[in-house]
Design a binder for this molecule. Structure first.
Ligand code: CA
Ligand code: CA
Ligand code: CA
Length: 413
């Protein structure tokens, strides 16, 4: 529901799974089991889980509320309520949350949401900064909104949503192709718009101005080295990478700085794109010339006729067995789980299967996980999150689970 256009449009595919393995070919056998411990439930349409560098977990809901899980319970007063400023439902709403790397000292955090310029009118994506309130660390100042960036959404779906700060201190924004199916406006291959991209902006400077922003300018800068920056006109200087369909979740490896992009597919392939730390950006990940590694012949962008060089995914999977939409996670770097260090976790929204992917010198090793639950139901995995220590969490629409070892040590040991 969140991340692809229509389950009904799934077609029966010729099916093969060229990349999925059970870990064969590795000298060491990756672990295959996790236990999901439900830590809180009762939420509504969770879209994101983030931490602010302390022990709290922030739960963003599509309707515009951000709740705090603190000391094992959900605080009664939301951290932020912007429900009156957005339009939500389907793939619209509050879609991403990120805390400034210096949040402890400046209190800044960022949200990505959709709104209508006039009621029922033009839909837009908006990225804004807010501040924590002066007197209460558990409540934001709802009046502190500073709108940074806006761009139009031609259809209601494929709004991307993820916000993540990179190891370079810049804010990365995941943007979908603007929607409907097969990118009818051919946005993803077109570098003169912000749709179907990963964007990179500098929230600490206004140097370099802005290029394709419909909000007031002068509230962010274009980082030196943005790969397509060419000043006024031409390409959108905000672009970091393009050729994406609906990169609902992206994340950085907190140890290496590598960027992982989970791009939701159309009818054939869900894909994971990998970008090593230190990359110069500018990658074309292929949509809608390709869906995964499959040539797309449905309403293909005219720009594909030039055979642009594209970067293939490091992993893709088809829709066999009820799979429909990838939910990207994180590379695990926490202290608690045995054997998962360096593994990228991801899931499928429809089948609720979870996997890890490990990079090797050769083909990545993808391992399907056997999941047991402490309580609750694992239904429609929408997002992953990390806490400040690097422990991993999974969110359905209504519940937050911590990823634990399958057989936790008995209490007191
Ligand atoms: Ca198209
Ligand atoms: Ca430009
Ligand atoms: Ca691609």
């Amino acid at each position: 529901m969140l991340t692809r256009f229509s389950i009904a449009a799934v077609v029966v595919l010729s099916v093969f799974l060229p990349f999925v393995s059970s870990g064969t070919g590795s000298d060491s056998t990756p672990p295959t089991q996790v236990r999901l411990t439900q830590i809180q439930a009762g939420f509504s349409a969770i879209t994101d889980l983030q931490h602010a560098g302390d022990a709290r977990l922030f739960v963003a809901q599509q309707g515009g509320l951000i709740h705090i899980i603190k000391n094992g319970s959900t605080l009664g007063t939301p951290f932020l309520d912007i429900s009156g400023r957005l339009v939500h439902g389907g793939e619209r709403g509050l879609l991403g949350l990120a805390f400034h790397p210096q949040y402890a000292s400046n209190g800044y955090f960022y949200v990505n949401y959709t709104y209508e310029v006039t009621p029922g009118g033009q839909l837009r994506s908006r990225v804004s900064r807010f501040s924590v309130s002066a007197g209460n660390a558990d409540v934001a100042d709802a009046g502190s909104e500073l709108i940074l960036l806006e761009f139009n959404q031609p259809f209601t779906n494929h709004n991307g949503g993820a916000l993540q700060f990179g190891p370079d201190g810049y804010l990365y924004i995941a943007s979908g192709d603007g929607g409907d199916s097969y990118d009818p406006q051919e946005n993803s291959q077109n570098t003169a718009n912000l749709l179907g991209k990963v964007l990179r902006i500098d929230v600490n400077s206004t140097a370099g101005g802005s290029s394709c922003n419909l909000a007031a300018n002068g509230r962010y800068g274009i980082p030196a080295g943005n790969p397509l920056a060419d000043g006024a006109g031409g390409a959108c200087d905000e672009i970091w990478a393009y050729g994406l369909r609906n990169p609902w979740r992206i994340s950085f490896d907190r140890q290496t700085g590598d960027l992982w992009i989970a791009d939701v597919g159309q009818a054939a392939r869900e894909e994971i794109d990998f970008q090593a730390a230190g990359s110069a950006g500018g990658q074309n990940y292929g949509w809608d010339c390709f869906e995964g590694t499959v040539v797309n012949n449905m309403d293909r962008s005219p720009l594909c006729a030039n055979n642009p060089p594209v970067v293939a995914p490091v992993h893709e999977y088809d829709h066999a067995g009820g799979k429909c939409s990838i939910t990207g996670g994180y590379v695990y770097r926490g202290p608690a789980l045995d054997g998962y260090t360096g593994a990228y976790f991801f899931a499928d929204y429809c089948s609720d299967e979870m996997w890890t992917l490990r990079r090797t010198g050769g083909a990545p090793i993808v391992t399907k996980l056997t999941v047991t639950l402490s309580a609750g139901v694992l239904n429609n995995i929408r997002s992953f999150g990390q806490d400040a220590t690097g422990e991993l969490y999974v969110a359905t629409g209504t519940a937050v689970f911590r990823v634990d070892d399958p057989s936790p040590a008995p209490a007191g040991t």
